[in-house]
Ligand binder design. Structure first.
Ligand code: NDP
Length: 486
């Protein structure tokens, strides 16, 4: 077997990578040791800004297999024709911790999926919970500040966490899920995923439907108790990464049964809750789950940094037949994710292999920015290299042009432009109470005990403001926490 010669990044062979170039055996090192300088300079740049949220993650490649033709609801190519398969990349994560933090923290889990479809990448950037702490994005930075480190002590701050929640009872549903037995999944394989937001689909007749996505683990839900999670944080901070990688390497491919709930567009006006409120679920009995396929993870990454770290998911990565909804949190995320990636990776982050729309290619008039040139500009079949000098449209050079057939049907919106108070007609408590009431006695006991332990870290004043919120979900819920706090 011929030996591969070690080279510099510009391809020059290296004669000695074990000894620096020095003046005399004892040194000093001479500045003309450009091989050493390249190594050190590259090393200094081996990190990009970590994600402000979801910094610690694990990723894998896989496939989505459609089992039900959805052409009645959407023109999305990858959802038309039962049996169709699409490549996917999935990244799981925790939310609040830094990139070196423990996988076993009590925290929601990110569950982001990139479907590489024939009409571009479709990303569902979800969580392992069907709801979120907020319904208005203007509070998102404030909320995340409470989950990260105190600006003075640089420690996690229970007072900030509970102070904020006590003043924002819209969080009660998600707080109940977070402190329930499902608040710490055993690993990434044994948890569900949810698109969480309401998205839309539209069909060839121009009919629109509101849609919720569910990814139900085929491995079965398994969780850690508070005590088990505390131990795991110390024993192996990377346990979920290790578990996912080992399972896939062993051929034990994790799967999720993919389901959707579908609401005809007109129902949104009369449904008992605001279907665009991210703190609420749609009852399964009102909108049953429909099986549409299977998600399977079957290939580990070769280079964690290139693939998982540089993977860039965005709720705005939508494809024809799939759209957004008025959900205020989704609206903000349509901006925020792309913006985060441009800051974190650079303007051409979509040209990186893990982010590139590999099933169809991309064709537009963006030619510049950091790392430009890694993508063939007209790789949708137009191969004339002279066209690459055209960076404007319309043009008479045969450059890419629009396709009116993929236009989204118009959406009726009415109302006044105002800072509408989303607290005015919102019910923050019923669905949190519903969840409490479907729990077994053991689950209820874990819930109140987990909350008591965490709320105990806040001041008496904050505790006193927080406890009545649990009473409003269910009197037994509040009483259970009081008893556990004793
Ligand atoms: P259903 O009885 O039809 O569904 C209850 C759902 O709750 C199931 O999806 C179940 O998941 C899930 N669940 C059970 N225990 C927990 C837990 N500790 N944490 C999070 N989810 C849990 O009822 P409804 O549709 O009427 O909803 C009732 C409540 O169930 C809601 O208020 C909400 O809190 C919760 N829920 C509802 C979901 C929805 O989309 N409707 C989704 C997830 C939760 P599984 O089937 O995997 O066991």
């Amino acid at each position: 077997m011929s030996k591969t010669i070690l080279t510099t990044s510009s391809g020059a062979p290296i004669s000695d990578d074990q000894n620096s170039l020095t003046a005399g055996a004892r040194g000093p090192i001479v500045i003309q040791d450009w091989q050493l300088i390249e190594k050190l300079a590259h090393f200094n740049r081996e990190r990009i800004p970590e994600r402000v949220v979801h910094a610690k993650g694990s990723g894998a490649h896989g496939t989505f297999t459609l089992s039900k033709d959805l052409s009645d609801y959407t023109i999305a190519d990858y959802l038309n024709g039962a049996g169709k398969q699409s490549d996917v990349f999935v990244r799981f994560s925790t939310v609040g911790g830094e990139s070196g933090s423990a996988d076993a923290e009590r925290d929601p889990r990110g569950f982001a999926i990139k479907f590489y479809t024939q009409q571009g990448n479709h990303d569902i950037v979800g969580n392992n919970t069907p709801v979120f702490f907020l319904r208005d994005p203007i509070k998102f930075p404030d909320f995340i500040h409470t989950q990260k480190r105190n600006p003075a002590t640089n420690c996690k701050d229970a007072e900030a966490v509970w102070d904020f929640w006590s003043l924002n009872p819209q969080a009660m549903h998600q707080v109940t899920i977070l402190f329930s037995d499902r608040g710490v999944p055993l690993n990434y394989r044994h948890m569900n995923g949810y698109g969480s937001h309401t998205y839309s689909m539209w069909n060839s007749k121009g009919e629109r439907f509101w849609v919720k996505w569910h990814f139900k683990t085929a491995q079965g839900i398994q969780c850690m108790t508070e005590e088990q999670s505390r131990k795991m944080c110390g024993i192996d901070p990377d346990h979920a990464q290790r578990d996912l990688f080992a399972a896939i390497a062993d051929g034990n491919f994790p799967r999720w049964n993919v389901k959707i709930q579908i609401m005809p567009e007109a129902d949104a006006d009369s449904y008992k809750i605001n279907p665009f409120d991210l703190t609420k679920v749609w009852s399964h009995s009102d909108y049953p789950l429909i099986d549409i396929g299977t998600l399977e993870l079957n290939k580990n990454v070769d280079n964690y940094f290139a693939e998982t770290e540089q993977s860039a998911f965005a709720p705005s990565n939508l494809v024809p037949g799939i759209g957004a909804s008025p959900d205020k949190m989704l609206q903000a995320r349509l901006f925020a994710y792309q913006d985060a990636h441009r800051y974190r990776i650079g303007a051409n982050y979509n040209d990186l292999p893990v982010n590139y729309p590999r099933a169809c290619g991309a064709a537009n008039y963006q030619r510049a920015g950091a790392m430009a040139g890694t993508r063939c500009p007209f790789d949708q079949g137009v191969t004339n290299s002279a066209l690459s000098s055209t960076n404007y449209g319309p043009n008479s050079k045969g450059g890419p042009a629009e396709d009116a057939a993929v236009a989204e049907p118009p959406l009726n919106i009415s109302g006044t432009v105002d800072r509408h108070d989303h607290r005015a007609d919102a019910d923050d408590y019923s669905q949190a109470g519903d969840l409490y009431r479907i729990m077994s006695d053991d689950q209820k006991q874990q819930l109140v005990s987990n909350i008591a332990g965490a709320l105990g870290g806040a001041s008496k004043a904050v505790q006193a403001r927080m406890l009545p919120h649990f009473d409003k979900c269910d009197p037994a819920y509040g009483q259970g926490i009081r008893d556990a706090m004793k």
